[in-house]
Design a protein around this ligand. Structure first.
Ligand SMILES: Cc1cc2nc3c(=O)[nH]c(=O)nc-3n(C[C@H](O)[C@H](O)[C@H](O)COP(=O)(O)OP(=O)(O)OC[C@H]3O[C@@H](n4cnc5c(N)ncnc54)[C@H](O)[C@@H]3O)c2cc1C
Length: 471
């Protein structure tokens, strides 16, 4: 048995279980504080691996994630390898493309390569002399009483290690969390959505991006959708989100083309018909799960962060960003409580649970917004109204997307504020409409117009209003 317990005078041992995005970043946060950090990762070192299996090829990095990277001096390095996306680019069935900006001019999210980000973070963690990365270590079990962990090795052997603090960053199917489930008063829920996802590659065209690169492209088709994010090698990674039963209906290459012809005709020449026929069947569609739990800690021994604490569906582009923000929030609480784990851990649960639950709910909400609402003229009109009001009253009206993506407003506060703003704006629009009707009526009574002309104009207005409300 290896024993990593500290000797007198030594800093405490922090075991970070999981060397994925959040685990690798968290290792840097703890190492910076001088703890003796041991990272245990079930996979081999991805920096030496031929094939890196991950949950998506690229992801959207935004303000919260960037702030966390900044804390460990990694922001510039990662941002320099990201591709800014200033707006969503909506692809209509007709092939018409219309941009909807994410925020004000100059505000953007970044498309970053997941594998590269993970590698850079592992390399950064390793620069601290007080950090050790242990690959090929799969956590099997651990004791909340003693902090003793048992790891399985690829050769079938087992290793036991003790730590003062165990930080569970081992993802949505966390082995660390299993101990929590055995205890009373631990709340846990998981929901699989009916949709799965599949990634397809859109190659460069004549050495350049096949579509405009500084956008997150969306093909919203109400019950399903496809999105595409740009990569540094000028490819796009397209992700098709669709109910599993629809994926399963398509069983031959010709059916793939027929399906794309019907719903994404403009994408066929860009991805390539042969590639589509081949890649659709390369891997089965992957499931998406939303996990909520509480509390995030056991005594002063263990804490959950990242997807281990809150796996969210990917439709707000916040899973990793929220996980990265977990690291900052924990770090801020460590400052307030002088690194006293007995005080820090319960406070972390108290502060972070409402926010992580709020982003889990928002991600579910955006699941419908991205594939259906963006098709509605009313939705686009409201986005323009919100953005205009934000421009006129930047401190009073802040669009939800802006609060979530471009600020560190606590997620649950953003949701409360959004509901309040929505009520105020809708009432304002209603009052404006009523005022216009009364004002118009008054003018009509004062100056009666030719009734025939009026009927034609009224019909035109009615048709326009009806079009606004059709999705
Ligand atoms: C399709 C898709 C698109 C997404 N897009 C975005 C996006 O645009 N923006 C965004 O912010 N988020 C996005 N996300 C969410 C993001 O991928 C996750 O939130 C993020 O990966 C969480 O990081 P993590 O380190 O907590 O977990 P993971 O990335 O899952 O890492 C967990 C690590 O723990 C290791 N591990 C697991 N079990 C054990 C064990 N028993 N012992 C030791 N190690 C173990 C794993 O090998 C892995 O390395 C997306 C997710 C999906 C599925």
């Amino acid at each position: 048995m290896e024993d990593s317990a500290p000797r007198p005078g030594e800093k405490k041992v922090v075991a970070v279980v999981g060397g994925g995005l959040v685990g690798a970043l968290n290792a840097c946060f703890f190492a910076k504080r001088g703890f003796q950090v041991e990272v245990y990762e079930t996979r081999e070192d991805i920096r030496c691996a031929n094939v890196v299996r991950g949950r998506s090829i690229n992801l959207a990095l935004s303000h919260r994630g960037r702030q966390a990277l900044k804390h460990v001096g990694m922001e510039e390095k990662i941002v320099s390898k990201g591709i800014p996306m200033n707006a969503r680019m909506i692809h209509a069935l007709s092939g018409k493309q219309s941009p909807i900006p994410y925020g004000k001019k100059g505000q953007y999210i970044l498309s970053v390569d997941r594998a590269n980000l993970n590698k850079e973070l592992l390399t950064e963690a390793e620069t601290y002399p007080n950090t050790k990365l242990n690959f090929d270590h799969k956590l099997q079990d651990w004791s909340a009483e003693t902090g003793l962990m048992t790891f399985a090795r690829p050769d079938g052997s087992k290793t036991q290690v003790r730590a003062d603090l165990i930080v569970g960053c081992d993802g949505a199917f966390s082995a660390v969390r299993k101990q929590f489930l055995r205890r009373s008063r631990f709340n846990y829920s998981q929901t699989y959505i009916p949709h799965g996802y599949m990634e397809l590659t859109m190659p460069p065209k004549h050495g350049e991006f096949a579509m405009k690169p500084n956008y997150l492209h969306i093909w919203p088709r109400n019950t399903f959708m496809m999105i595409a994010l740009p990569n540094l090698d000028k490819t796009f990674t397209c992700t098709l989100f669709m109910p599993f039963e629809e994926f399963e209906k398509i069983t031959t290459g010709d059916e793939v083309i027929e399906f794309f012809q019907k719903y994404f005709p403009d994408a066929i020449p860009l991805i390539g018909a042969d590639a589509l026929k081949r890649d659709y069947f390369r891997l089965p569609a992957q499931a998406m799960v939303s996990v909520k739990c509480s509390p995030y800690h056991i005594g002063d021994k263990c804490v959950l962060m990242g997807d281990a604490a809150h796996a969210v569906v990917p439709f707000y582009g916040q899973g990793m960003n929220a996980g990265f923000e977990d690291c900052i929030v924990f770090d801020e609480i460590m400052n307030r409580f002088n690194e006293d784990f007995g005080a820090v851990l319960p406070e972390y649960t108290r502060v972070r649970v409402p926010d992580d639950h709020a982003i889990a709910d928002l991600a579910m909400y955006n699941y419908v917004e991205m594939r259906a609402h963006v098709n509605s003229k009313w939705f686009i009109f409201r986005k323009h109204v919100d953005n205009l009001l934000h421009l006129l009253m930047p401190k009073t009206i802040i669009p939800l997307y802006t609060m979530v993506t471009f600020t560190r407003t606590r997620y649950h506060v953003a949701v409360e504020r959004w509901h309040w703003q929505d009520k105020v704006i809708n009432r304002g629009l209603l009052a404006g409409a009523v005022g216009a009707v009364f004002g118009g009526s008054y003018l009509l009574v004062k100056n009666p117009p030719n009734i025939n002309k009026l009927a034609v104009a009224a019909e035109k207005i009615w048709n326009k209003l009806a079009a606004l409300n059709t999705p």
